[in-house]
Design a protein around this ligand. Sequence first.
Ligand SMILES: Nc1ncnc2c1ncn2[C@@H]1O[C@H](COP(=O)(O)OP(=O)(O)OP(=O)(O)O)[C@@H](O)[C@H]1O
Ligand SMILES: [Mg+2]
Length: 320
Amino acid sequence: MSRNAATGGITRPTVSPVEFHGMLTSAPCMLELFEIIARVAKTESTVLVRGETGTGKELVANAVHECSARADKPFRAINCATLTPELLASELFGHVRGSFTGAVRDHDGLFAQADTGTIFLDEIAELPLVLQSQLLRVLQERSFVPVGGTKSQRVDVRLVAATNKALRTEVAEGRFREDLMYRVRVIPIFLPPLVDRKGDVESLLWRFIDNFNAHGLRQIESISQEAIAAIRDYSWPGNIRELQNLVEYAFALGTGPVLKLKELPPEFRGVAPTVRRVMGDERERIRQALEQANGRKADAAATLGMSRSTLWRKMKEHSL
Ligand SMILES: Nc1ncnc2c1ncn2[C@@H]1O[C@H](COP(=O)(O)OP(=O)(O)OP(=O)(O)O)[C@@H](O)[C@H]1O
Ligand SMILES: [Mg+2]
């Protein structure tokens, strides 16, 4: 990046980021991950995408499908956290006519629709226990029975799942079946948080600014020293989604060619209460994980589903 002589602000970096199936990055750790995704995609193995909120888990699931031999076959996605167990069962496995009030005709579920393709189960940790045993059966026997049906249907799907929770902790606390965890977590892909992607805050920031500049409401040409300092210091609990939101906020509320500190969301101009609460929860989770692991950082990091470097950084952040 360089200084803009006219405004005194910071202008865009000269090197543009690499793009992989909608994911942009300048960070070496992400470039390595793109290679892993491309390689893993070619197999038939079940993939579990792990990462904090807003790190791009959905984009990774899409990339796995698009890089696979199933790319021209159906891709079906569902968020396991958003439906009641009954509706979710019917969405996943379909139902036969008359199986419940309102089931006026047979309905194909997502597994049937995704046959020969890929199914993406987002937030799999939230899958109700009754459905976990049914999913286990699909993975073991490659067949399922629609709700209210008697005949099992064969199906050929590749499973990709995502979660922002450590499945091991879910198993330990009785919320997730251990046998299913081993079936789902065949190839775990861990998406690093934004702060661990060197150079990405700035390159993504500029990419999002360019996208909004194209709408013509405002043209941001540089970022003030104070604003960039606040942006660089921030911990990004909402990751890339939060960075997108920052840009949207600045375009909605600010004016002129320089992005200024006062045009950033409140948490960048002093700690907002919600951020402090999230940070407090996180400190407690980390403290507990370290205690359970008798201080062994590698074990605590595995439990928390974060890399050792992230754990180390967060321990410093929380003075642990
Ligand atoms: N590397 C990236 N480059 C550009 N945009 C990205 C990147 N990663 C994520 N995004 C964008 O950030 C937003 C969040 O991504 P996504 O929904 O895939 O995250 P997620 O990990 O599934 O989050 P959640 O856990 O909250 O569901 C999306 O708008 C996505 O397009
Ligand atoms: Mg998601």
